[in-house]
Every structure is written in structure tokens, then in C-alpha cells.
Design a protein around this ligand. Structure first.
Ligand SMILES: *[C@@H]1O[C@H](CO)[C@@H](O)[C@H](O)[C@H]1NC(C)=O
Ligand SMILES: *[C@@H]1O[C@H](CO)[C@@H](O)[C@H](O)[C@H]1NC(C)=O
Ligand SMILES: *[C@@H]1O[C@H](CO)[C@@H](O)[C@H](O)[C@H]1NC(C)=O
Ligand SMILES: *[C@@H]1O[C@H](CO)[C@@H](O)[C@H](O)[C@H]1NC(C)=O
Ligand SMILES: *[C@@H]1O[C@H](CO)[C@@H](O)[C@H](O)[C@H]1NC(C)=O
Ligand SMILES: *[C@@H]1O[C@H](CO)[C@@H](O)[C@H](O)[C@H]1NC(C)=O
Ligand SMILES: *[C@@H]1O[C@H](CO)[C@@H](O)[C@H](O)[C@H]1NC(C)=O
Ligand SMILES: *[C@@H]1O[C@H](CO)[C@@H](O)[C@H](O)[C@H]1NC(C)=O
Ligand SMILES: *[C@@H]1O[C@H](CO)[C@@H](O)[C@H](O)[C@H]1NC(C)=O
Ligand SMILES: *[C@@H]1O[C@H](CO)[C@@H](O)[C@H](O)[C@H]1NC(C)=O
Ligand SMILES: *[C@@H]1O[C@H](CO)[C@@H](O)[C@H](O)[C@H]1NC(C)=O
Length: 273
């Protein structure tokens, strides 16, 4: 835990991306715009639309704080694909089909990631967790039970969702918040904090921040549960990369990445680091 009042879990620092792995990495950029609640007035942030237009294609990221925080990624083979939201339907008990893209034939790949729960256990020993030996798990925090607000910065291409727990019998969230800070990129570069992960215009980042949440144990550790949703007919692998790179990462980090690929040569490989 860091000395300050804020806990940033660097292990949960994530990048999601679509990249044609065979594509030349020719430093191609994208034009990125951020928009709240497309087609609706209202300041409370429930949908954030990130549109990243490239040459003959567009990446749409739709971040939602309706229920558990979720991101939907749509890759379209068109520079002019438009995201539509039927807000009435989205806010109903049958929201299926409330978000779509036109022209519909331009969508070549879609995937979603849901941040469902935060677990907390008391245990000084991180390695004990994987052995499954009797840590005390406290009741998890269900992120769908949070109330979220947010703000965006078009210049920095960032947006932040900040959540407070609506019912908080234990009082751990009396002063505490959980935030998801999203960053979109127009060019390739490296992130400034360690482990200085490489990003491209095809990727975006989310930082998970727990601020002033009172831990329930004397040696609390936290885990963020992540659920991914995929189209049929794809192959997934989870691999772990350990590297030491004197120039950028002069210490050892372990990075886990979930890679999703189509079985055939069709476009749309994505990864989640
Ligand atoms: C981004 O994705 C596009 C489309 O798949 C691809 O042509 C391009 O090479 C990718 N760029 C990078 C830097 O990976
Ligand atoms: C949003 O507000 C503007 C100005 O008040 C109005 O012209 C527009 O029709 C509103 N849009 C929607 C979708 O309600
Ligand atoms: C974009 O699409 C046009 C028309 O289909 C095509 O002529 C052009 O080569 C494409 N450009 C790239 C970079 O793929
Ligand atoms: C939006 O969804 C509602 C409820 O499903 C439906 O009645 C309405 O026709 C839809 N509006 C549009 C513009 O599709
Ligand atoms: C969504 O529905 C709830 C309850 O049905 C209502 O209180 C809220 O105002 C609705 N939100 C929007 C954006 O329509
Ligand atoms: C942590 O747990 C592992 C596996 O149970 C054990 O081998 C190790 O000695 C423990 N380390 C400490 C500091 O308790
Ligand atoms: C959310 O609302 C609180 C209270 O009004 C405010 O302090 C905070 O800055 C807001 N968060 C964001 C990300 O806008
Ligand atoms: C938005 O980001 C820019 C660039 O990082 C920064 O200079 C500016 O102060 C930010 N604006 C707000 C309102 O935070
Ligand atoms: C919340 O903040 C107040 C004032 O800073 C402090 O007295 C109190 O102990 C804090 N509560 C928790 C649960 O952290
Ligand atoms: C935390 O440590 C204090 C002092 O050692 C002890 O009294 C307390 O029971 C511990 N709390 C938990 C949840 O382990
Ligand atoms: C690859 O598989 C997908 C899904 O099974 C299918 O829709 C697509 O047409 C296939 N593409 C090629 C080039 O075979």
C-alpha cells in the first residue's frame, strides 16, 4: 500500500485493444473523441462513448456505469460508423438491442468486459491465496451496488467514473470511493508509471483506484473480479509474461494477458493486459 491515502492497484492496470496482428505497426494514429451519453441531455455520467477513427476503420468503446462498470468494444470497418442508443430501452428491464452501430454491416468484431466485484481478504501472505488455504474473505463489494458520477477531459482524452457505495452498513466507504479512470490514445507511446506498458492508438487504459476505503483487516488485500464476454468461435489464451527491460522497466513485473483470436484469418484479435 502506498503512503498516501489513495490505493492504486498497479496489478490491475489494464489495456484492451484490437489489433490486426499481421498489420504493419507503421505508427498509424487515430482521431479520438469522447462523448457523454450520446443522444441524451444530462450531466450524470452513465455512458461514455470513445470514438477512435483510423484509416477506413473506427474503434468504439462504450463505457457504462449502469449496473456494474462495463466496457463494450466495437471494431468497425468504416470511418463513419455511428453509435446509437435507445435510452428508453437501455433503462428498461429488457435492454438487449439498446446499443447499436450503423451501418450494422461495418461491425467486424465486438467484445465486452465487466468489472463485477471487489474481494477483500486478510492475509499478509500473497502466495497463500493460490494454495486456497483458509484466508478470511470478507463479504465482497458488488460494483453494481455503487452509485457512479463522472467527468471527462477532452484534451487529456481521459474520463473518470467515481463510485460510492449506496448502502454501507460496515462504514468502510464513509469517506471512500472506487474509481475507474479511462484513457484513450491517438498515438503509440509508453505509459509513464511503471511498468511503462506500451500502448498504441488501438488500445486504451483503465486505472482502478480505491481511495480512502477503510480496510476491514489488518493486512487486507483486494482482488478485482473481471468477466469477459466474447463472440462465438474464438480462441482464448491467458499467458503470463515476465520481463526485465533496463531502458523502460528496470525491475521485474509479471504481466498477465488474455488474448482472444478468431479461429480463421478474419480480422479482430484483441488483448487485455
Ligand atoms: C491498429 O489496428 C489496425 C486495424 O487492424 C491495423 O491496421 C494497425 O496496424 C494497428 N496499429 C497498431 C499500431 O497496432
Ligand atoms: C438537449 O437539449 C437541447 C437544448 O436544451 C435540445 O435542443 C435538444 O433537443 C435536447 N436533446 C435531447 C435528446 O433531449
Ligand atoms: C480505404 O478504402 C478505400 C476504398 O475502399 C481503398 O481504396 C483504400 O485503399 C483503403 N485504405 C486503406 C489504408 O486501407
Ligand atoms: C426505443 O425502445 C422502446 C422500448 O423498447 C421502443 O418502444 C421505441 O420504439 C424505441 N425507439 C426507437 C427510436 O427505436
Ligand atoms: C431510469 O429508470 C429509473 C427507474 O425506472 C428512473 O428513476 C430514471 O430516471 C431513469 N433514467 C433515465 C435516464 O431515463
Ligand atoms: C506463504 O505461504 C506459502 C504457501 O502456503 C508458504 O510456503 C510460505 O512460507 C508463506 N510465507 C510466509 C511469510 O508466511
Ligand atoms: C463525483 O461527485 C463528487 C461529489 O459531488 C465530487 O467530489 C467528485 O469530484 C465527482 N467525481 C468525478 C469523477 O467527477
Ligand atoms: C485536462 O487535461 C489537460 C491536459 O492534461 C490539463 O491541462 C487540464 O487542466 C485538464 N482539465 C481539467 C478540467 O482537469
Ligand atoms: C472519515 O473521515 C473522518 C474525517 O476525516 C474521520 O474522522 C473518520 O475516521 C473517517 N472514517 C473512516 C471510516 O475512514
Ligand atoms: C488488528 O490488530 C489489532 C491489534 O493487534 C487487533 O486487536 C485486532 O483484532 C486485529 N483485527 C483484525 C480484524 O484482525
Ligand atoms: C471466419 O469465421 C467467422 C465466424 O466463424 C465467419 O463469420 C467468417 O466468415 C470467417 N471468415 C473467413 C475468412 O473464413
Amino acid at each position: 500500500m502506498l503512503g498516501g491515502s489513495s490505493l492504486l492497484l498497479p496489478g490491475l492496470w489494464l489495456l484492451g485493444s484490437v489489433a490486426c496482428l499481421r498489420g504493419a505497426a507503421g505508427g498509424e494514429g487515430r482521431k479520438v473523441t469522447l462523448e457523454y451519453n450520446p443522444g441524451r441531455n444530462g450531466s450524470s455520467l452513465s455512458l461514455l462513448h470513445v470514438r477512435a477513427v483510423g484509416r477506413n476503420d473506427t474503434l468504439h468503446y462504450v463505457w457504462s456505469s449502469i449496473g456494474a462498470p462495463t466496457v463494450l468494444l466495437l471494431y468497425t470497418r468504416s470511418e463513419s460508423s455511428i453509435l446509437h442508443v435507445n435510452w428508453t430501452k437501455l433503462n428498461s428491464t429488457s435492454p438487449a438491442g439498446a446499443i447499436w452501430v450503423e451501418p450494422s454491416g461495418s461491425v467486424v468484431y465486438s467484445t465486452a468486459v465487466v468489472f463485477t466485484k471487489v474481494f477483500e481478504y486478510n492475509g499478509a501472505n500473497a502466495s497463500a491465496l493460490s494454495t486456497g488455504q483458509g484466508e478470511t474473505f470478507y463479504p465482497p463489494y458488488d460494483l453494481a451496488d455503487f452509485s457512479w458520477n463522472g467527468s471527462l477531459n477532452q484534451t487529456a482524452l481521459t474520463a473518470k467514473f467515481q463510485g460510492v457505495k449506496t448502502s454501507d452498513p460496515g462504514g468502510a466507504f464513509r469517506n471512500g470511493t472506487i474509481s475507474f479512470q479511462v484513457t484513450a490514445y491517438e498515438q503509440s507511446s509508453r505509459d509513464s508509471p511503471l511498468p511503462r506498458l506500451l500502448h498504441t492508438a488501438n488500445s486504451s487504459k483503465v486505472e482502478f483506484i480505491m481511495d480512502r476505503v477503510a480496510p476491514r483487516g489488518n493486512s487486507s488485500r483486494f482482488l478485482l473480479e473481471v468477466v469477459t464476454v466474447e463472440e462465438r468461435g474464438r480462441r482464448k489464451r491467458l499467458n503470463s509474461v515476465q520481463s526485465i527491460d533496463d531502458e523502460y522497466t528496470p525491475t521485474i513485473f509479471e504481466m498477465a494477458q488474455l488474448v482472444s483470436e478468431p479461429h480463421n484469418d478474419s480480422i479482430g484479435s484483441s488483448f487485455f493486459q
